[in-house]
Design a protein around this ligand. Sequence first.
Ligand code: ADP
Length: 611
Amino acid sequence: MSSSAVPVLSDVHTGIPENLLEKATAAKERLYSRKTAPPYYERDEQLPVLPPDVSRSTFNAAIAALEGILGSANVEVNDKPLVDGWYIEHPNTHDAYHVFSPGDSVSSAQCYPGSVEEVSAVVKWANKFEIPIYPISIGRNLGYGGAAPRVRGSVVVDLGRRMNKVLKVDGENYSCLVEPGVTYYKLYDEVKRSGFPMWIDTPDLGGGSVVGNAVDRGVGYTLYGDHFGNHCGMEVVLPNGEVIRTGMGALPGPDGTDNPTWQSFQYGYGPYADGIFSQSNFGIVTKMGFWLMPDTQHQTFMVTFPNDEDFADIVDIIRPLMIKRILGNIPQLRNVIQELAVTGRPKTDFYKGEGRVPREVIREHASKMPCGDCAWIFYGTVYGTKEQIADTLKIVNIEFSKIAGSKFLFPEDMPADHYIHSRVSVCSGVPEIRELDWLNWKPNAGHLFFAPISPTKKHDARVLYELVRDIHDEFGFDVFPTYCIANREMHFIANIVYDRDDEDEKARAMACMRKMIDVCAQHGYGEYRTHILLADQVAHTYGWNNQAMMRFNETLKDSLDPKGILAPGRAGIWPAKYRGKGWELLLGDDRATSNPADIKTVTELVSASHL
Ligand code: ADP
């Protein structure tokens, strides 16, 4: 593939900004140079795949009706070979990081509404034909299912293609209002262009949508790193097509304008509804407000710790620093193996044996790298005036120095291509593409995030780490632990990198995930977010009082969405129409498909539903 083919943001809403084009081109070349999987997957079944219980003639009539609503240019049937692409050129037809066969989690069609009225019309259309729809904003939720619908044959509602405007940047209120197709790359550009001294907050990679990431409760790394926590006001299309505005947006502004405090006060009056539209299938978010951080001086640093056993003490030092807000952002604690992986070099450059790279081998390579022979690395950033930064660094230095052999390093101490420079950007709200590099660890790499929450306490952190490490070992995967420390809790993100062209490795990756979800839940540690095909299992671990929470969610689902058209199965919430019919993928279910229609016998169906 030619490198000039990387699309840019000025041409397409999913593109890379010009200033990152060179890096993106190099990242793409590295990924494609190791690719052995075919460029596309032919499909040997009648296409498009149909939604459940919908005949081909009904489907064709429904698509004609949808073309009538949106125009035929804005409806595409999914009947071509599947192309996985890569981060910047990702598909909206299936999960690019497939965990079963590429043709498993697929849509029947994609459609592109251009306004809230059109989204509402699509929802009404779905109710009329009883066709499941699956909203995406950009569809780059890679590692969690990407653009793939949970129910095979759903119609993907790709909101981003035609609804991708930054509607408002308010330099007095330090806030913005965006449509679903606005990526962090785009918001960054627009805020910069506005000239106001404000930052955005971005995750490690900037190509996701600001809305999709917040509704899936993703995190970034500045003081505004809790994306859902820093949103203010939503506009939502309900599963019956009705449009609501939350918070102060429910109170009309004068003369039909938006309420002047929509992006100032989160709660409005009455029950705080916003939460039920995150990690759910209760509505489609068409506008969302966010607070923006005032521009400030900042200083990123790294601290290396020599021994594996230092981990518990590091966590106990971090906790009070976070709770007292001496460290106010979301810093990261990473294992030294990531220093090897973020070089973008393949695993085989470091180790050619089977299974995990042994500790001694990591040690030997790390000792030749800028981080030196260490076990853990803390990447922190402090903010404020020069004096405040100096004072804070003094305290942080005193605390971490309690661990013998720890070393404090600054960006200027490291070579120009070291990862710390990417942390400097991300921790000051500048979106990046560097984090993609560890995908070169394996050829044809896909990844699955295992993301449990642990208290920021020595005992829990150690127990969780050891469980995850041992289960990775059992299934033959390197463990890449990153702790994103929010305050009293840590998002433990362990990334399983697998070869998408290796069926055995994919099966092991899923088995490893299933076991980690189960074993960690037995110790009280639950995922904050998960892949669409693991949502049932994760949701069931939150089963206190005989699945009371799930019954509550199902009550909401059935009343808001009686025909069960909106993203059935997302977050493990199934509408009545689907419940107990073999869709739930629970522990012990080793189906290599998400589709109960592929299970051949009634006995298999009953046992697969685990009811
Ligand atoms: P991103 O590209 O930002 O990573 P996606 O578009 O892949 O995000 O969406 C992430 C998840 O959030 C998906 O499961 C998707 O169904 C859901 N989602 C995304 N956008 C919306 C939206 N506007 N309304 C409701 N749910 C959404």
